[in-house]
Design a protein around this ligand. Structure first.
Ligand code: TYM
Length: 332
């Protein structure tokens, strides 16, 4: 049994475009708030970014930007092991091993796969889109992870990880820790401001419904002020009848920590203009702060030093776990 200090928390973000408010509120914030309570790992999931073809120069920039953004969002490199996934080669082999524990049916049922495979290119569906969940399982299992803070869209993948770990342990003997997912009660699925039935996605590119953490603050305000709402003029949380207003309430609640009920009460009798102005103030305050810190951390030498040290530390644990899995499988 692990005691509390030995418990492990891990999360990662794919460097596929600039990070969004959804990435922050759904995952990074929840990681940062708890990083002192666990042995913590955060990584740039760069292997997950090549599941579809990418421009190499643009990817390289996105990896560094993602690291600088982690730091700007409050990840503490003294406390947390920060690394780039592809620097730790064990992810590749372990990804292979986990893929071979997985059934086609399980992967076909993944909601993210079903959603993303609807936009098929002329060459059909990329295999990467299909097989990336077991790579994600490898990312998690290599570090004996206990808790994985993610947004709602990734919950199913962490649950699959738990199933795969259990399946492997049953077949080959106790090898992996079975992780739990942590989904924040508020802010776990931030929606597109212009289309509040769809998730806010970083891969959407410049978009009036997506708030990027690097957006100019004037633009952030404009996006919030022109968010789609409804004709009722009542600030009430009701995701099916009022998706736009409910999304803005979630954003305000997750940004400030105020409860949804308190927000509803405070804005009783107010119009949407007043409400949106307050959401814009809160989000601009948050993002302004992150942007100031981001400029400080965007130093390639500083980032390289953190990544090198992080990969060295991550590799030790990852190699131990991979070794255990190889012995269990009879490969060693
Ligand atoms: P990615 O890069 O799509 O998203 C990074 C994190 O942000 C969360 N998120 C959101 N949360 C709330 N509202 C939104 N609109 C929103 N959009 C994104 C995601 O749920 C995620 O937590 N496969 C993963 C990266 C990954 C990973 C891992 C995560 C690879 N290996 C191991 C945890 C553990 C992904 O593509 O996330």
């Amino acid at each position: 049994m692990k005691n509390n200090e030995q418990k492990v928390m891990l999360t990662g973000v794919r460097p596929s475009g600039n990070l969004t408010l959804g990435n922050y509120l759904g995952a990074i914030k929840n990681f940062v708030m708890r990083q002192n309570q666990y042995k913590s790992y955060i990584f740039v999931a760069d292997l997950h970014a090549i599941t579809s073809p990418r421009d190499p120069a643009e990817l390289k920039t996105a990896i560094n930007d993602c690291m600088a953004m982690y730091l700007a969002c409050g990840v503490d490199p003294e406390q947390t092991i920060m690394f780039r996934q592809s620097d730790v080669l064990e992810h590749g082999i372990m990804g292979f091993i986990m893929t071979f524990q997985t059934h086609m049916g399980e992967l076909s049922r993944m909601t993210q796969f079903k959603l993303k495979s609807q936009n098929v290119g002329k060459n059909g569906i990329d295999t990467g889109l299909f097989v990336y969940p077991p790579l994600m399982s490898a990312d998690i299992l290599l570090y004996n992870t206990d808790v994985v803070p993610v947004g709602l869209d990734q919950q199913q993948h962490v649950e699959l990880t738990r199933d795969l770990a259990g399946r492997f342990n049953k077949r080959y003997g106790d090898t992996f820790n079975e992780p739990d997912v942590y989904i924040a009660p508020v802010g776990n699925k931030i929606l597109n401001l212009q289309n509040p039935t769809e998730k806010m996605n970083k891969s959407d590119g410049p978009n009036p419904g997506t708030i990027f953490l690097m957006d100019d603050l004037k633009l952030v305000r404009k996006k919030i002020m022109s968010a789609v709402t409804d004709n009722e003029s009542v600030i009430r949380f009701d995701e099916s009848a009022k998706p736009g207003i409910s999304n803005l309430i979630s954003i305000l609640a997750a940004t400030t920590g105020e409860s949804i009920e308190a927000i509803e009460k405070r804005f009783a009798g107010h119009g949407y203009g007043d409400f949106k102005r307050e959401v814009a103030d809160a989000v601009c305050g948050l993002i302004g702060n992150i942007q100031t810190k981001y400029q400080r951390f965007k130093n390639p030498d500083v980032l390289d030093a953190i990544l090198t040290r992080g990969a060295e530390r991550a590799r030790i644990v990852a190699a131990e776990t991979l070794n255990r899995a190889r012995v269990a499988l009879g490969l060693k």
